[in-house]
Design a protein around this ligand. Structure first.
Ligand code: GDP
Ligand code: IMO
Ligand code: MG
Length: 427
């Protein structure tokens, strides 16, 4: 058996949580492999909306094992609140959740470092979620970080104090003082709670499951264009958000990778700073934001909106070896007479390309569009693929022709049920 992987192909918030929840019943295990509480994955079913930050989106299926893998950065405080929220809704996540002992710990001081670092960047700030992601990954790579397994050691408090001392000096370097207040007590209470859960060597758990024929779905967080190597650096997150990150973030050898689901919106959004070639700063962008309710699931910030960008989608497909595409939020574009699709970029030299250049800054490239007729039909009301309007089918066919990967799922609403599976032949 193989590990299938689901990856966001844009700048995050494509709808990964929804599709993981839809696909989950065909898997035995769902695993997160990178990121942390910067993620906000929304699931809707039976009239209720759930937002998950660190817990995998298979958690609502008690028969499925959910794993927080070694590549994740875990904030015990946020985690405990998430677990409590689930408990309040009658979900006993402690039964089917497993946490890697090698996952990194986010300390309260990491969040302070995130803030002071952003403040020091001023107008050049990354627009981080301020959840401590960057500083925690820095400590991991710097080989001074703490991991979940460390909470079982007798000298955990000492190790914690030592790391916080380092952070104190860094905060002072920025001309500020490290004040943690009640966060420290909250942290130790949350750590005590974490100790009661199933802390595992998840790389063994996953590989043994593979050996015994179990099906595994790896759930990406963020999106390929936020990847620390291939995204719009430095306006990226601090982890490998692409398929390769699932290998290191779970301990899975590349030969075990199966299907790669690439998720994208029928348009495009981004939250935080950084280049976004097809961004619409006009009334059209505002209309998409309102129709798509494009406000962050983690920070509530308005998401920047624009048309779909094929060169960057092709790039993400290439980096991830995507085998199936899932188009999300198709219902949001109902009101538009015309839909624009960016097919190429024009560079300052005049060259026209469908490749992502080193810099995607505004002024460095100009998006070139093709216009397609809108469908003006509320797709949310459609219950089977054969009832989809012709203009919408033409949009799908146009994208498939350029991307050369089949679009096998079309999502037409936030609810689990608003999901159309399709079979397709690419022209
Ligand atoms: P994720 O981070 O990739 O899991 O995505 P988010 O949950 O942050 O953002 C996606 C948002 O779109 C959530 O509010 C979802 O409930 C919503 N959503 C997902 N699929 C659809 C869809 O097909 N149509 C509409 N209208 N909303 C959707
Ligand atoms: P999900 O999994 C959208 C963005 C932040 C910022 C940059 C760096 O819900 O799709 P960080 O806190 O990671 O250091 O912030 O990355 N970002 C996201 N944008 N969805 C996310 O996750 C994101 N996680 C981080 O806005 O621009
Ligand atoms: Mg999100």
């Amino acid at each position: 058996m193989a590990v299938d992987i689901l990856i966001g192909l844009q700048w995050g918030d494509e709808g990964k949580g929804k599709i993981v929840d839809v696909l989950a019943p065909t898997y035995d295990i769902v695993a997160r492999f990178q990121g942390g509480p910067n993620a906000g994955h929304t699931l809707e079913f039976e009239g209720t909306k759930h937002v998950l930050h660190q817990i995998p989106s298979g958690i609502f299926h008690p028969e499925i094992k959910n794993i927080i893998g070694n590549g994740v950065v875990l904030d015990p405080i946020v985690f405990r609140t998430e677990m409590q929220k689930l408990q309040d809704r009658g979900v006993d996540a402690a039964q089917n959740l497993f946490v890697s002992k090698k996952a990194s710990l986010i300390l309260p001081s990491h969040k302070v470092l995130d803030r002071v670092s952003e403040e020091a960047l001023g107008s050049g700030k990354i627009g981080s979620t301020l959840k401590g992601i960057g500083p925690t990954y820095q400590d991991k790579i710097g080989r001074v970080g703490l991991r979940v397994g460390d909470i079982l050691a007798d000298d955990f408090q000492e190790r914690y104090d030592k790391l916080v001392e380092r952070h104190r000096k860094t905060v002072e370097f920025y001309g500020q003082e490290l004040e943690l207040g009640e966060q420290e007590q909250n942290f130790f209470e949350a750590v005590a709670y974490l100790r009661t859960l199933k802390l595992v060597d998840s790389e063994y758990m996953i590989n043994e499951a593979l050996q015994s024929g179990k099906r595994i779905l790896a759930e990406g967080a963020q999106g390929a264009l936020l990847d620390v190597d291939f995204g719009t650096y430095p306006f990226v997150t601090s982890s490998s958000t692409i398929v390769a990150g699932a290998c290191t973030g779970l301990g899975v050898a590349p030969k075990h990778i199966g299907e790669v689901y690439g998720i994208f919106k029928a348009y495009c959004t981004r939250v935080g700073s950084g280049p976004f070639p097809t961004e619409l700063l006009d009334a059209v962008g505002e209309e998409i934001r309102q129709a798509g309710r494009e406000f962050g699931s983690t920070t509530g910030r308005p998401r920047r909106c624009g048309w779909v960008d094929l060169p960057s989608l092709k790039y993400s497909i290439m980096l991830n070896g995507v085998t199936q595409l899932n188009m999300m939020k198709a219902d949001v574009l109902t009101e538009f007479d015309t839909i624009q699709v960016c097919t190429h970029y024009k560079l300052p030299s005049g060259e026209i390309t469908d490749k992502v250049p080193h810099s995607m800054e505004v002024g460095e490239l100009e998006p070139m569009y093709e216009s397609l007729p809108g469908w003006k039909v509320d797709l949310n009301k459609i219950e089977s693929v054969d009832k989809l309007p012709e203009a919408f089918n033409n949009y799908l066919a146009f994208l498939e022709k350029h991307l050369q990967v089949p679009i096998t799922i079309v999502s037409v609403g936030p609810d689990r049920k608003s999901t159309l599976k399709r079979e397709t032949v690419i022209a």
